[in-house]
Ligand binder design. Structure first.
Ligand code: ATP
Length: 333
């Protein structure tokens, strides 16, 4: 595979105003060469706007973007040479898969033999060797996305920008293509910047995740760091589920699967709280218990469904326990 020795991006004070609305607000971000970085946030948090500024499709209102130390602020989109896989950036329907994948090289005037070799290499990468002569309309949604990926990587871009590329696929297929995408990232070594609002997608693929809210970076970290040590209520609630406990004026976050549940008086160790089961929801791999504790919001406890030793029932009194490390103090509310 072609090795890419560049692709580090540095965003400083990056801002986008639409009239007096601030869509991206003073973002500082170091994107490492070759990393898989995901922008994760709710609808309207500024993910696409940030990506469009990196792509060069949107002017920057303030701040700068450096590629390997050099400002690209004034470089037009087509001269940035970034690969793109966007939902609206469809394949050319009248061209075959091979023509689609070779298109960017053709436009760049590369020799025919080189294009052929590179298209073979790309089709191999996305495992569509036998589909080169089909038209996009003769492919499944997942296969079309792989062609789009092959097309975007054909000219070995330093950076690949992906905006919700799997959004149109059903869940099972999305998980399959996620694994393929991650494997392709490992093989090509290109910097991937990936926009999604799907937390599982972000957790399963990313080296690091940027959680965005209101055009700002809420928290940046590896999937484990963000899940295990969220700093704010928003980060804890957006990536995974969380209970919030207020103890001594400080707020703590406690993940539902880190709580032990047992009939009153039967918990191993000390009970932290006692409550009543308000509801039990069977979700296949786990059961979700909502526990009513006097003077508090309901507490969610998730238990693997194969581990239900006590045959708990709705209305039953239960003890809740957890280890000291399970409850994480937030920096702020
Ligand atoms: P989604 O997940 O829904 O795609 P997003 O996080 O990508 O959301 P953006 O598309 O970046 O969000 O939009 C950020 C904010 O900027 C939104 O409030 C949006 O309405 C606003 N916005 C985006 N483009 C424009 C525009 N051309 N003119 C005015 N406001 C805009």
């Amino acid at each position: 595979m072609t090795e890419v020795a560049k692709g580090g991006l540095s965003l400083s004070g990056l801002t986008k105003n639409f009239g007096n609305f601030v869509a991206v607000d003073n973002v500082d971000l170091e994107i490492r060469r070759g990393e898989f970085l995901t922008l994760l946030g709710p609808s309207g948090s500024g993910k696409t706007t940030l990506l469009m500024m990196i792509a060069g499709f949107l002017d920057i209102s303030a701040g700068d973007i450096l590629l390997d130390g050099t400002s690209i602020r004034e470089v037009p989109a087509d001269k940035r040479n970034f690969g793109m896989v966007f939902q609206g950036y469809a394949l050319f329907p009248h061209m075959t898969v091979r023509q689609n994948v070779g298109y960017a090289l053709d436009v760049r005037g590369r020799p025919k033999a080189e294009i052929k070799a590179r298209v073979d290499e790309m089709l191999d990468l996305v495992q569509l060797q036998d589909f080169g002569h089909r038209k996009p309309g003769q492919l499944s949604g997942g296969q079309q996305q792989r062609v789009a990926l092959a097309r975007a990587l054909s000219f070995a871009p330093p950076v690949l920008l992906l905006d919700e590329p799997l959004g149109a696929l059903d869940k099972k297929l999305r998980i399959e293509v996620q694994a393929q995408l991650k494997e392709i990232h490992r093989r090509v070594g290109t910097t991937f910047i990936y926009v999604t609002h799907d937390q599982e997608e972000a957790l399963s693929m990313s080296d690091r995740i940027v959680i965005m809210q209101n055009g700002r970076v809420e928290q940046l970290g590896t999937p484990t760091e963000l899940y295990e040590r969220p700093r704010t209520r928003f980060a804890a609630g957006f990536l995974g589920k969380s209970n919030f406990l207020i103890e001594g004026g400080a707020t703590y976050t406690l993940r539902p699967e880190k709580i032990d549940l047992a009939p009153k008086g039967h918990i191993n160790g000390a009970a932290r709280l006692t409550g009543t089961i308000r509801s039990i929801t069977y979700l296949g791999s786990m059961r979700k218990y909502m526990i009513n504790v006097e003077g508090r919001d309901d507490i969610e406890v998730d238990v693997d469904s194969w581990r239900n030793p006590h045959e708990l029932n709705e209305g039953q009194q239960v003890d809740l326990g957890w280890s000291d490390q399970a409850a994480v103090k937030l920096d702020e509310d």
